[in-house]
Design a protein around this ligand. Structure first.
Ligand code: ATP
Length: 384
């Protein structure tokens, strides 16, 4: 096993395009880290530079305590687990797992011992004589991991391994991969564009945008304290609501009234300047259901609800509002980049399922200003 250290990694293509731009990242020995971001953000390129399938333009790639920039992939002792599992259909599970050992002409006895150990770890013992066609998707994934295990790789690397599966199988496989990684404790780097996978799988998440690392942290940190508008919009489903705001005398005007504003970096924007406010759907409440003890510290407002969706455990309500053109434009750009379908001039609020709020009617809603994020409209930096 090994730690993976990246120092100022750059990947520049012939036309001068920076696919990866000055990324520094420390992955601890045994850590499970997710590289996430929209299509084209450079996550696969970064993974391929770790494995050695892509040249590094500049920077240092260090595995354990060795700089590997110039090392061939086979000398890096990493195992890439491919999306299609790359199993040999004519070989049994046993022989598929044994494959790397046969390649290096390991003695028969060692092969048997190692394959049996891996199979027992992966709960494949009773399937060793089967062929891949007779296995479930999850079992095939485990065989592919078995092959990585017998190689005693220093790290596992996954590039969108679940993107071809249907939603149900994807959910199952997600749990399997998480369970196996915990059991094996092998350093793992996992690339995905799916924020749910990112949130649920790893110890930490690294968010990339246009080749630049935006934030690295636990799912909790990214959700609660997003560094900027991009991370805030990328993590969470339904996504965070963004609204225009304007600061004045320690208060902030929102489309739903003026509320107290506080944040360590709020002084970076001048008085009367436009900012973007972020509030997650679940941070709104039906005012009628807010306990009287806390009602006073929040902001109640009345708005017309366009549509509601009752999901059994929650009620989603869509609340339109008007916003200045300069903010709408900025948010539309972000929306395109995030490939989000949310209309930026309507709130999505996730209320208690007991709420009596209905489509087409006036609703009394409530939010706690303490939950509010305030973003610099120009740079996107989170000022709170
Ligand atoms: P996806 O999820 O779509 O695979 P990604 O985040 O993994 O996206 P990469 O495949 O790492 O993105 O690509 C990063 C950027 O580098 C993209 O804009 C891509 O078009 C560009 N790119 C990749 N390979 C080359 C190449 N050989 N020459 C020039 N540009 C390239």
């Amino acid at each position: 096993m090994a730690a993976i250290t990246m120092r100022n990694i750059v990947k520049r293509y012939g036309d001068g395009f920076h696919a990866v731009d000055n990324v520094s990242l420390d992955i601890a020995d045994g850590e499970f880290i997710i590289l996430v971001g929209p299509s084209g953000c450079g996550k696969s390129t970064l993974l391929r530079m770790i494995v050695g399938l892509e040249d590094i333009t500049s920077g240092d790639m260090i595995i354990g305590d060795t700089r590997v920039n110039k090392k061939a992939p086979r000398d890096r002792n990493l195992a890439m687990v491919f999306q299609n599992y790359a199993l040999y259909p004519h070989l049994t599970v046993f022989e598929n797992i044994a494959f790397p050992l046969r390649l290096r002409k390991a003695p028969e006895e060692e092969i048997r011992e190692q394959v049996n150990n891996a199979a027992s770890l992966l709960q494949l013992t009773e399937h060793l004589e089967r062929r891949p066609a007779n296995l479930s998707g999850g079992q095939r994934q485990r065989v592919a991991m078995g092959r990585a295990i017998v190689r005693k790789a220093d790290a596992f690397l996954f590039d969108e391994p679940l993107s071809n599966l249907d939603a149900k199988l994807r959910g199952q496989m997600r749990t399997e991969i998480a369970r196996m990684q915990r059991r094996l404790g092998t350093t793992t780097v996992y690339v995905t564009h799916d924020q749910t996978e990112a949130m649920t799988l790893g110890d930490r998440i690294a968010v990339l945008r246009k080749g630049v690392l935006q934030q690295v942290g636990t799912a909790h940190q990214l959700y609660e304290e997003p560094a900027n508008l991009f991370v805030a919009g990328f993590i969470g489903s339904p996504p965070m609501n963004f609204m225009p705001g304007r600061l004045q005398d320690g208060r902030i005007e929102t489309p739903f009234g003026a509320v107290p504003a506080s944040g360590p970096r709020l002084s970076k924007v001048g008085d009367r300047e436009l900012v973007i406010i972020g509030l997650r759907p679940e941070h709104f409440e039906d005012a009628a259901l807010v306990a009287s003890a806390v009602r006073g510290r929040g902001q109640a407002f009345t708005a017309e609800v366009d549509v509601t969706e009752w999901l059994g455990n929650q009620l989603y309500a869509y609340v339109p509002y008007s916003a200045p053109a300069e903010i709408t434009q900025r948010l539309e750009e972000l929306e395109r980049e995030l490939d989000s379908e949310q209309m930026r001039t309507q709130l999505v609020v996730a209320l208690d399922a007991a709420s009596r709020i209905r489509s087409g009617a006036q609703a009394h809603l409530w939010f706690d200003p303490e939950r509010m994020h305030v973003f610099d409209a120009a740079t996107g930096e989170n000022l709170t």
